[in-house]
Structures are given as C-alpha cells and as structure tokens.
Design a binder for this molecule. Sequence first.
Ligand SMILES: Cc1cc2nc3c(=O)[nH]c(=O)nc-3n(C[C@H](O)[C@H](O)[C@H](O)COP(=O)(O)O)c2cc1C
Length: 358
Amino acid sequence: MQFMEDLKHLLDISYPIIQAPMLGVTTPAMVAAVANAGGLGCLPLGGLSPEKSLALVKETKAKTSKPFAVNLFAHSLTSEVSEEDIKIMENYLEALHKKYNLPFEHKPISSYRFYNHHDQIDILLDEQVPIVSFTFGLPEAQILSQLRERGVKAIGTATSIKEAALLDKAGMDAIVVQGIEAGGHRGSFIDKEPLPQVGLISLVPQVVDTVSVPVIAAGGIFDHRTIKAVFTLGAAGAQLGSYFLAAEESAASEVYKERVLSSTDTSTELTQAFTGKWARGIGNSFMEEMKNSGLVIPYYTYQNSLTAALRDFGKSGGIADIISLWAGQSASQSKSGSTEALFNKLIQQIKSDTNPIF
Ligand SMILES: Cc1cc2nc3c(=O)[nH]c(=O)nc-3n(C[C@H](O)[C@H](O)[C@H](O)COP(=O)(O)O)c2cc1C
C-alpha cells in the first residue's frame, strides 16, 4: 500500500503505528518505548511551559535515538470569558472543595498564565525535534514555514472534512483524523460551527478523497482488525491512545487505570465539565453534577485551571469521581503490560493475519 509506505518514509519509522499523545498520561518512557519498537511515539507538550517542555524533550531524547513527535496545542489564548461566569463557577467549585476539606484559591483573572505553541516552538527548533503535531487549531503560516525551513514535519488534527481541507491547504505533511470514538479532547477548531461528531468509518475515506497528504486515523482502534479496517478505508497510519492507558509507562493513576480496565463500550461520554472543551472520558459524578448544575462552563484554559486542584487531589487520593478519566469508546480493550509488549502484540497480530496488511 503506497500511502502507508509514504507515511513510513515521511516519518522515518518501520511501522505505520502511532502512539497518540495523551497529556497527563504519556511519559517520555512510553514515547521512547514505541520509538525503539519501530513506531511513532508522540510526546504531549500541549499548554506546558517552555521550561517543562524542554525538560520532557531532553528526557525522551535520553531514552531513544529514534525519531519521535511532539504534540502542541495550536489554539488562540485570547478567547473572551465572562468574569461573572468564572465567579459563579469558583463558588460552585469552592463548595465542592469543602466536601474534601480542600482549600479553594480565588485568583484574579489577570493572574492566569497560559502557554501555547508560540511559547514552545523555538525550543523545539533548537532541540531539532523532527516531527511536530498540532491539535486544537491551525498553526500560523509563519510557524509552519519555520518548521519547513528546518526540515521538521508537521502533522495537523482534524475532526471533519472541512478542518482536514484547511490543514491540507496550510501545508501540513500529514493529517490525523479523529473520529468521535476517540478518547480525550476533540481536536476540533472551527469555533463558530457545531462540534463535529463524525465516526471514524465515515470520516477516513471522505478525508482521504479530499486531501493530498497521508491520513492517520485515530479513535477506537485497539487491535489488528481495527488497524486493518482503517488501512482498508485509505488511512496511511493508525494512531492509538486509549490502548496504552493502562501501560506500565502510563502516568495515569492506579484508580484511573482500574476504571479503564473495568470499563465497557458504553462507559464513556463527551463532557465539557473538567476543562470547558469537549472531551471523551469515562462518566463520573463530577461530570454528572456539572451537567445537572446548568452552569455556564468557562471556556478552556480557565475551566481547566479552575478544576486543576480538585483533579490533582483526586489523583493523589484515588478518588475517581473527581478525576478526568479521558478514554475512548474502545478503552475497555486496553491491557496492562509494558508499552513495548503492547506495541509488539499489535505487530505480531498484524503479521499473523491470514491476509496481513504489512
Ligand atoms: C488521556 C488522553 C489524553 C489525550 N491528550 C491529547 C493531547 O495532549 N494531544 C492530542 O493531540 N490528543 C490527545 N488525545 C487524543 C489522542 O491523540 C487520540 O485522538 C485518541 O486517543 C484516539 O482515540 P483512542 O483513545 O480511542 O485510541 C488524548 C487522548 C487521551 C485518551
């Protein structure tokens, strides 16, 4: 299959299998394990400070000499928020904090500090990272030409045909198409339109017919059958996230891993409760209560910051009901074990298929 070969050549990898960037879950050790096994590991750096980003890149480089990708959030940081909505949300969350004897810090809006791709790009160029993937937006032409001049490959994320066409036109080298099955945040970025909720089986062939670059399919993929399915639909690569959630190298807390391993096909739902951006996770009481509250949820980065202390407390205390349990519709098929073993299992399954795709 030529498109698969094109992607392998583009990214300098042996197998067209990609470990999805998962902020809060993917560690340098996970990225390196996939890279060393011949796939593409993706290091999530979305929203992190330049210093933290640099440390994570260096840590990954110390563990592998193979190419890996870093993932950035390409959204604008200037979204308007209502101070009134934030105040109401703070009061709501403060009451919830009290349930856990946890103090709540009221901060002036002006004291929030957020980061996006603009703050990180120089570091990545200095570190000669070979591949940069983006989600939540279309990076500016000037950023893309900076990458191109240094030979860095750029990958965009789309959740609709229209988004994919915009990314193609902007000159992305490859496009991740994220179906509605996918765990974590929707990569959608056309803000004035309703959230695209297209399934992967519909999205992949339609995007393949629209764009000129290799398409990487993401959402609900967990074994050789689902991988074969997306290649049959025209994808050049398969990106798996939830499959690696319970891996030894995953930074997910024990209680998160337990919820993933005991989940079923109907355990996940889309929510804005934790961060203000639509994301798919295993349902819990925080999501339910926030929905029932009827409150306006301040947009991403603010809501993400407002709920951070509660989520951290949930993580350290093993309280799954206040953690964002990001996971996709096939998360129940995740397995524990080392990342290397999980990756090799996929390759073995594919190779022992009666009609193998590679
Ligand atoms: C815990 C978690 C965190 C995620 N974080 C990111 C991220 O930082 N950047 C990104 O582009 N996608 C992120 N995603 C989405 C994945 O890249 C990918 O689209 C998704 O995992 C594919 O669906 P699957 O989980 O069903 O395999 C995340 C997904 C999960 C489950």
